[in-house]
Design a protein around this ligand. Sequence first.
Ligand SMILES: C[S@@+](CC[C@H](N)C(=O)[O-])C[C@H]1O[C@@H](n2cnc3c(N)ncnc32)[C@H](O)[C@@H]1O
Length: 184
Amino acid sequence: MRNSAADPFADIRKATDRHRAHHGCGAYPYDNGPLLAALAAAADARRILELGTALGYTALSLASGAPDATVDTIECDADHVRLARENFAAAAMDHRIIVHEGDFAAVLPTLDPGYDVAFFDGHTPVPALHKKLHGLLRTGGTLITANLNHGGTADAVRKALFDGKTWRSALIDEDGETAISVKL
Ligand SMILES: C[S@@+](CC[C@H](N)C(=O)[O-])C[C@H]1O[C@@H](n2cnc3c(N)ncnc32)[C@H](O)[C@@H]1O
């Protein structure tokens, strides 16, 4: 997707690409941080949840759009956790971005419900995790799901997001990679 908005965290996005090249990991940064910032602002979010921190590019984007929000972000790779925490401190955002180190499935049950915005960017979406995200979002809360065009379990997640009963959803890009969904 073309990203014409100014991106205050473009350097961290580039650093994530450089990191992946030598780490050999799956830290592919999302392609549109400013969109996430705008969505967090539109929701006037106070509590934001992210799955897939990597080096912190999208957590910083979400936090920048909602200055009164706290962001809980989950990451299992210890190197990514360390680098993300360094980036949050350097941006003076470490007081309101909390990195939970561990597997999504282990961390999600430890969190309190009532999130305004959730962002899934942890490789291929999985139905069981999306059920948990539905439970953690408030009614009317916004879920952004990346990687919906990965096939496999992503197809079942896309079907559930467009069931018309639990979510009101729209794809936001031509290749069907990302959906925005409101919890009904
Ligand atoms: C696509 S990257 C996230 C990119 C990040 N949102 C950004 O835009 O810079 C996915 C991240 O999720 C982490 N991850 C993948 N599966 C996970 C799991 N089951 N539990 C916790 N972290 C996971 C990976 O280590 C990786 O850092």
